[in-house]
Ligand binder design. Structure first.
Ligand code: FMN
Length: 344
């Protein structure tokens, strides 16, 4: 019995296997943020390839929050229909679909200098100084996240994920490294948590019970002046108490220097969140090998395994894993002749 090919059920969510496609920007929308034939084909290929849960790339809740001028967007009602078509396509192939709602804040590259952040400090020399958000602006951005979530519900997504990691706006408020405010949104952890918690609470108000809420977090920051792992545990506990269903555990991104990495480097963090908070978690990071994924799930380190670059290289990673692990009944009929008879 394979671990990653066992089904996963939590609340209203049923996944046919434990393999998740990590959110990955494709940088190929037009200026207005609509999906293109690339998106339908790219995500469609992974759905045909039997990925259990596809997390759509960071999708901007405000035009000025895009990480590049070619990001997907959900800042307008006109995005609902084309995104909805894509969701239905993927669901018809058997995948569940999440959308990652994002705002780049001081790390946005929308193609203009209109960028905002908790404090007026640039991310690096390559970025302009952001405009420090006033309270009205904070409320407006919270509203944009809520509207993005509403539109995502209308488009039919199974899960809404907030991008709270990698140094983008939500993370910028959480981190004492980027948040130097002296009002109720800065200073203590309780204050730095206010912005993400207000977003979560606003979204929970409109979220139907059958759509789950997930947050991607950076478990650690790898920078001097950042938060500690134990701060992040407290933050994640507050997220869960506010109604977050699943934690998608990543790390880093708050500062310009990336950490040293190796296969599974983020798994111990995911495991700790799972053990301490009792919620399902997703672990990710340089996973290539199905045997390693079996170990992560089988030994209870994580509930779900996410693959990023391995799924870019090979849309049929799941089918090839079924072959390697000897799991029958996974290969789509149209591809059967490409695989050994015992596993068809
Ligand atoms: C091309 C590319 C785009 C990415 N875009 C996003 C994104 O939109 N949101 C996000 O949370 N992470 C993003 N990431 C990070 C991945 O989701 C993942 O965490 C990272 O690649 C590590 O996993 P891997 O070693 O399996 O690739 C991106 C990574 C890549 C390679």
């Amino acid at each position: 019995m394979s671990e990653i090919f066992s089904s996963f059920s939590f609340k209203s969510l049923d996944l046919s296997n434990r393999v998740v496609m990590a959110p990955m920007c494709m940088y190929c929308s037009g200026e207005e943020g609509f999906p293109t034939p690339w998106h339908y084909s790219h995500y469609g290929a992974r759905a045909i390839g039997k990925v259990g849960l596809i997390i759509q790339e960071a999708t901007a809740v405000e035009k000025r929050g895009r990480l590049s001028p070619k990001d997907l967007g959900i800042w307008d009602d006109t995005h609902i229909e084309p995104l909805g078509k894509m969701v239905t396509l993927l669901q018809n192939f058997g995948s569940k679909v999440a959308i990652q709602l994002g705002h780049g804040g001081r790390k946005a590259r929308p193609g203009t200098r209109d960028i905002i952040g908790p404090s007026g400090i640039a991310f690096s020399d390559e970025f302009p100084n952001p405009i420090e958000m006033g309270e009205k602006e904070i409320k407006d951005v919270i509203h944009s996240f809520k509207k993005g979530a509403e539109r995502a519900c209308a488009a039919g997504y199974d899960i809404i994920e907030l991008h709270g990691a990698h140094g983008y706006l939500i993370h910028q408020f959480l981190s004492p490294y980027s948040n130097k405010r002296r009002d109720k949104y800065g200073g203590s952890l309780e204050n730095r948590l206010r912005f993400p918690l207000e977003i979560i609470r606003e979204i929970k108000e409109i979220l139907p019970s059958e759509i789950l809420l997930m947050v991607r977090i950076s478990a650690v920051e790898y920078i001097k002046g950042g938060y500690s792992f134990s701060d992040m545990l407290d933050a994640a506990k507050a997220f869960v108490e506010a109604g977050v269903d699943i934690l998608d555990v990543s790390s880093g991104g708050a500062g310009p220097s990336p950490p040293r990495v190796w296969p599974g480097y983020q798994v111990p963090y995911a495991q700790k969140f799972k053990e301490e908070l009792g919620v399902p978690v997703i672990a990710c990071g340089l996973l290539k090998d199905p045997g390693m994924a079996e170990e992560w799930v089988g030994n209870g380190r994580t509930d779900l395994v996410a693959l990023g670059r391995a799924l870019l290289r090979d849309p049929n990673w799941v089918l090839n894993a079924a072959c390697e692990l000897g799991v029958p009944g996974i290969i789509p009929g149209s591809y059967a002749r490409a695989y050994p008879e015992e596993i068809r």
